[in-house]
Design a protein around this ligand. Structure first.
Ligand SMILES: *Cc1c(COP(=O)(O)O)cnc(C)c1O
Length: 390
């Protein structure tokens, strides 16, 4: 018999009732170190006093009015995102996939509005992940995600991640833009590099295409910069955000330059819930905390320590990992045993991590961790490895 909750996820038999900073407490009273952070969502950890206050203050005033009216909290967040990025304008929605959908529409509409309606195809990369709607699974073209859901929407051409020659060969008179994660998340924390992203930028400029960075996972401080593109020195025309933006409250955003968003006029796109005052109150506070003096420098410093401790762990435990990669608080451990077994063993020891493609176990801690959390992680991972290797 089917479960009342539709069984689209394989879930661990574990539930939580409360969280505090980087820790979660399960319904059976056990304490966990949360290096999953709701898959890179709880950027400021659990029960952050400023986020709780922002949400509860807003909850006592106004929840929702729709986008038929001005939403001052939306205008405030848009101003902050625009001031802190390449972008001139922001569209608000409720999830990562919706932010990517908005970006795909912006790319196509730009070409249509500037005299190139024949340009509608978007080049994407293998092992990418852009969400679970029809067009985002078509873009990523992951066999496990598209099986049985066809026919896929037309308009996506895939090339190997990191390969500029193949990228340039794939550009046709019908190409509208390129979508890429600066560091692939679900695909297994596969970083790109400045030369590759610069090559994409040059190809876009040469052929009149828009460059679309999907920063749903890498954005909002995850890699030690507000946005990952800053660390590569390459600016996109369009960028999707979500996961960390609401610190756990559902919210997404698609940012674009004025040029890229030229076709977005009243009536061209929308979302009933997008940018509602509750989500905006929380996201504004997340942005304020991240932009405080020293916050992102702290993320970089702790990220480097976490990375160094994983390199050391890997050296001390031959047979555990064959690669340690990533940036900031987005670290991928390519496992020698099945990554799923490693994740399960860590969970048994009280450490929450996330599996990813390419047999990788991801560490995505809240951005507020300190050295005690790193030490706790290393200790529990050591016990997990003993459990696995004995
Ligand atoms: C998680 C993710 C998405 C999808 O976000 P949802 O909120 O689950 O729709 C899209 N792109 C990237 C890069 C992601 O990591």
């Amino acid at each position: 018999m089917i479960s009342e909750v539709m069984p689209s996820y394989g879930r661990a038999d574990l539930a939580f009732e409360r969280g505090e900073g980087a820790h979660l407490f399960s319904t059976d009273g056990k304490r966990y170190l949360d290096f999953a952070a709701g898959v890179a969502v709880n950027a400021l950890g659990h029960n952050h006093p400023r986020l709780v206050k922002a949400l509860t203050d807003q909850a006592g005033k106004l929840w929702h009015v729709s986008n038929l009216y001005r939403v001052p909290e939306q205008e405030e967040l848009a101003r902050k995102l625009v001031a802190a990025s390449f972008a001139d304008s922001a569209f608000f929605c409720n999830s990562g996939a919706e932010a990517v959908e908005a970006g795909i529409k912006i790319v196509r509409k730009y070409q249509a509005a500037t005299g190139h309606p024949e340009r509608y195809r978007i080049i994407s990369f293998d092992s990418s992940f852009h969400g679970r709607t029809l067009s985002t699974i078509a873009a990523a073209n992951n066999a496990a995600h598209i099986a049985g859901f066809g026919p896929m929407p037309d308009g996506f051409d895939q090339v190997p991640f990191g390969n500029l020659n193949e990228l340039r060969n794939a550009i046709t008179p019908e190409t509208a833009g390129i979508i890429v994660e600066p560091i692939q998340g679900e695909g297994g924390i596969r970083p790109s590099n400045a030369a590759f992203l610069k090559g994409l930028r040059e190809a876009c400029d040469e052929f009149g295409l828009l460059l679309f960075f999907d920063e749903v996972q890498t954005g909002i401080g995850r890699v030690g910069k507000l946005f990952a593109y800053e660390s590569f020195g390459v600016e996109p025309d369009v960028m999707s955000l979500a996961k960390g933006l609401g610190g756990g409250f559902p919210v997404g955003a698609c940012l674009a330059t004025e040029k890229a968003a030229v076709g977005i006029t009243p009536g061209t796109h929308g979302s009933t819930f997008g940018g509602n005052p509750l989500a905006m109150a929380v996201a504004n506070t997340v942005m304020d905390v991240l932009q405080e003096d020293g916050f992102l420098a702290g993320v970089r410093e702790m990220g480097e320590r976490l990375f160094a401790s994983m390199i050391k762990f890997s050296g001390d435990h031959p047979g555990a990992f064959e690669d340690v990669r990533g940036a900031g608080m987005m670290i991928g451990l390519k496992c020698i045993p099945p990554a799923g077994d490693f994740v399960a063993a860590c969970r048994e020891e009280g450490l929450l991590t996330v599996p990813a493609g390419d047999n990788v176990m991801r560490l995505l801690p809240p951005l507020v961790i300190d050295e005690t959390h790193i030490a706790e992680c290393v200790e529990m991972m050591g016990r997990a490895w003993e459990r696995l290797s004995s």
